[in-house]
Design a protein around this ligand. Sequence first.
Ligand SMILES: N[C@@H](CCC(=O)N[C@@H](CS)C(=O)NCC(=O)O)C(=O)O
Length: 204
Amino acid sequence: MFKFFWAPETASLAPMAVLEEVGAEYEAILIDYEGRQQKSADYLALNPCGLIPAMTLPDGRTMFEAAAIVMHLCDLYPAAHLAPPPGDPDRPLFYQWMLYLADSPQPTYRRYYYPDRFAADEDDVRKRGVDALLDEFAIVEGALSHGEWLLGNRFSACDIYLHMLTTWFEPPEALYARFPNIARVAAGVEDRPASARAIARHRP
Ligand SMILES: N[C@@H](CCC(=O)N[C@@H](CS)C(=O)NCC(=O)O)C(=O)O
């Protein structure tokens, strides 16, 4: 049994969708993001970064980083087919897209949502953040012209992660209008009943 610490509209969406997709038993523990519970001593003892999400493992240890949680769950539940297994020719691309999404657009969103942490001119930080996001999503859009999903014909957790990142764009429809391939993947994730359960919980 996992304990999963989450809050609506945060980076807990993709790991929760994967928990649902693989059929894992988990307890969802809602963190009061607006009330800054993620900075409380109790939560910092679980995730010293003070960020959502975190997940307590059956052995009692707690892991953080949304992409790490997603990849761990994919490995634990191979029958869910959310990642090519090690040795599969598509496995390198799985690593590539998970890391690209988690290392490029995901942190770029911090400039949009926490501009005061970067510079005094918040509007400028936000604007440059959006420009960078559009460049980063353009790379994903180009890759998606070669296949239905990020791994070509094979659906994977990368698509779930990409969907989460699109929901943070304001408004998501502007991103979808500009990047139809990304829109197609996001719609495909929303159509999956298991992922849709997590998406419904994350909508405000
Ligand atoms: N790299 C982390 C980032 C998580 C993250 O930025 N979470 C945001 C919500 S989406 C958060 O908790 N922000 C609180 C803060 O920055 O103070 C992960 O992927 O788990």
